[in-house]
Design a protein around this ligand. Structure first.
Ligand SMILES: *Cc1c(COP(=O)(O)O)cnc(C)c1O
Length: 232
């Protein structure tokens, strides 16, 4: 059985080491523990080890986990069908994967009135891959300008999920592009976009070097993803 607390410590050590290399303050980098395919006992173990933020990308799978652990912050990081926006607006504090005006508008309208604004990031298809979620860099600024007009959403920054590569120098390119896009949108619209959600188990060091503030980590904390049919 894997030791989640130990894995979180090892991850934190790597974050500290990498931030120092980049001349960054390690406390500016937060870990989003991605729990897809993992059971509640694993989430519980991470909570006991001090982990505060959890991410899921399949709604069906997420809802029972959100209900079981309402005390932590839940982030939705998966693709969004517009008929699912209400349940997302009611159950999550953060959404990293907004990529259309329609979805943004619905999340805004369906956010319960007694809740704080929903923190959102715009997902960017940074390498312009065909068939991939996210807005293109060309359309990102317009979507950002539309979201800032929505009172029940708080635009926090940009998110990306680039094409996987194991080469460090290549990993940095889309992350650098996302940072530059964020800087550009922020300055032309005159808004603060503090967050960059980028980097996963295989590439978080490159993402930290390029300015990530949310690294989304699954396997390095919980071990390999479980497949359906695995004995629990
Ligand atoms: C699964 C997933 C992650 C975490 O992936 P690991 O490689 O296991 O760290 C991060 N972001 C998104 C959007 C994911 O779907």
């Amino acid at each position: 059985m894997i030791n989640i607390s130990k894995r979180l410590n090892t991850l934190q050590e790597k974050i500290v080491e990498t931030s120092h290399l980049a001349g960054r303050d390690p406390s500016d980098i937060s870990v989003l523990a991605v729990t897809k395919t993992h059971e509640k006992f694993a989430i519980n173990e991470a909570i006991e080890a001090g982990q505060k933020h959890f991410g899921e990308n399949y709604l069906q799978e997420a809802l029972p986990k959100v209900a079981a652990f309402p005390e932590v912050d839940w982030h939705y990081i998966g693709s969004i069908q517009s008929n699912k926006t209400r349940v997302i607006a009611e159950n999550f504090n953060w959404v990293h994967s907004v990529d259309t005006r329609k979805v943004a508008k619905r999340l805004n309208d369906q956010r319960p009135k007694n809740f704080p604004p929903l923190n959102v990031l715009i997902q960017i298809n940074i390498s312009g891959e065909v068939g991939k979620s996210g807005v293109t860099t060309d359309n990102a600024k317009r979507l950002a300008s539309e979201i800032v007009e929505l009172p029940n959403l708080s635009l926090q920054g940009l998110m990306t999920l680039p094409k996987a590569t194991t080469e460090f120098a290549k990993q940095r390119i889309p992350f650098r592009d996302l940072r530059e896009l964020r800087d550009n949108i922020g300055s032309t619209l005159g808004i603060q976009l503090p967050h960059l959600s980028m980097g996963m188990t295989g590439d978080f060091a490159a993402a930290i070097i390029e300015g990530s503030t949310w690294i989304r980590i699954g396997s390095a904390i919980f071990g390999p993803r479980r497949k359906t049919g695995d004995i629990t």
